[in-house]
Write a protein that binds this ligand. Structure first.
Ligand code: PMP
Length: 412
């Protein structure tokens, strides 16, 4: 197994300093850093093979098409998809979920139907369903969370009924870190005749994910959180469902035959990729998949469990720190949200930045969850394969410094 510490050398940005200190990047849940292999793959594509795809009758067009479709095949393998036909390239998780809400939802969800979500939804897996529900007269219901930020499958079972069309949930929460029991959810939902949409934004980059083992019907995730560039993401869907869906957007690249007054659609997945896609982005995503597979997702997961356990323990020891989410690092991903008594998370973030420590502070696109937690915002440190224990120590020292600064302010 590769020593993950050595992966730091693969990420040029980790060599830089911030405010005269080494960069401590603890914001990978927002977006990950990019290894040289990905940067070079994108550059190489533009230097040698750039052309539009699926229409060229020249060498560059063929090469670009091959690179784009190779990336699709790599992604399919990475998530255990039965074939690349179920892999639709989109911009990000948000677009993938919207695609399902429009192309599947508008045709299959009707008045008085129900859509079940959880209380930990990111706005990207909430607002598309709100809009759908409002448009067709359906209702949203929410699986309640226990105080530790988890839910048991029985909590979902109580909400399921013959009215349920869809259950949509995150595989892993971007605030609490909770890893949800997707397989059990899928089994219960399917038994009730509902489909399952998984928001994989936080899980696909960090754990081994297999759509067949998860048993979900759709899975959306973003390239930029898994070492790939921004502007490329994936919606995987069960092929029979995608086959039965109308396009989400229309234009070039998604048709078979066009007449003045009607058109017929291309095969899946091209039917859902109208217009010139992000070819270089897909090439970058393919390179990111190669990179992550080279290290091994199980090794990345193990590393993050260790670093998260270390961070939870260190922050708990500080005192005056409220931690959110499950206590057990095995039940959560590498995301630690917290609040320090007497210090607003935004102030904390600013002081940490002076130490070169990058975290995120705010509602993390989860305003209803913040209300449930009874706070306007949290600070969030999030980890990836390249983080090392010394960076947790830098975080803790910076938090300690902020606390002293603000207790000084209070005392004056
Ligand atoms: N869902 C979750 C759980 C997320 O963490 C994020 C990103 N913060 C998203 C969805 C949305 O991802 P994107 O902005 O790449 O569409």
């Amino acid at each position: 197994m590769r020593d993950l510490r050595a992966t730091r050398q693969d990420f040029p940005i980790l060599q830089r300093t911030v405010r005269g200190r080494p960069l401590v990047y603890l914001d990978s849940a927002a977006t990950s850093q990019k290894p040289l292999a990905v940067i070079e793959a994108i550059e190489g594509y533009y230097r040698t093979s750039n052309a539009n795809i699926h229409r060229g009758i020249h060498t560059l067009g063929d090469e670009a098409t091959e690179a784009y479709e190779n990336a699709r095949a790599k992604v399919a393998r990475f998530i255990g998809a039965p074939s690349p036909r179920g892999v639709v390239f989109v911009r990000n998780t948000t677009e993938g979920i919207n695609l399902v809400a429009y192309a599947w939802g508008r045709r299959n969800v009707r008045a008085d139907d129900e859509i079940i979500l959880t209380e930990m939804e990111h706005h990207s897996n909430l607002i598309p369903w709100q809009m759908l529900a409002n448009e067709v007269g359906a209702r949203l219901r929410f699986v309640p969370l226990a105080p530790d930020g988890t839910f048991a499958p029985e909590a979902l079972e109580r909400l399921l009924s013959a009215r349920t069309r869809l259950v949509a949930l995150p595989h892993m929460s971007n605030v609490l870190g909770t890893i949800n029991p997707v397989r059990a959810v899928a089994d219960l939902a399917h038994a009730a005749g509902a489909l399952v949409v998984v928001d994989g934004a936080q899980s696909v980059p960090h754990l081994p994910v297999d759509v067949r083992e998860m048993g979900c019907d759709f899975l959306a995730f973003s390239g930029h959180k898994m070492c790939a560039p921004t502007g490329i993401g994936v919606l995987w869907g069960r092929e029979d469902l995608l086959e039965a869906m109308e396009p989400f957007m229309a234009g070039g690249g998604m048709i078979r035959e066009v007449h003045w007054d009607y058109a017929t659609w291309d095969e899946i997945p091209h039917r859902f990729e109208a217009g010139t896609p992000n070819i270089a982005g897909a090439v970058g995503l393919g390179a990111a998949v190669d990179y992550l597979e080279g290290i091994g997702m199980a090794a990345i997961r193990q590393h993050e469990v260790e670093i998260t356990a270390y961070a939870l323990e260190a922050l708990r020891h500080l005192g005056d720190v409220t931690l959110y989410g499950p206590r057990d690092a095995q039940r959560r991903g590498g995301v630690v949200s917290f609040n320090v008594a007497g210090v607003h998370p935004h102030d904390l973030g600013t002081v940490l930045d002076e130490h070169g420590v990058a975290i995120r502070a705010g509602h993390h696109c989860c305003q209803p969850l913040m209300r449930k937690l009874g706070v306007p915002a949290t600070a969030r440190a999030s980890f990836y394969l390249y983080n090392v224990p010394e960076e947790i120590e830098a975080l803790v020292a910076a938090v300690q410094h902020a606390r002293e600064l603000f207790s000084g302010v209070r005392a004056r």
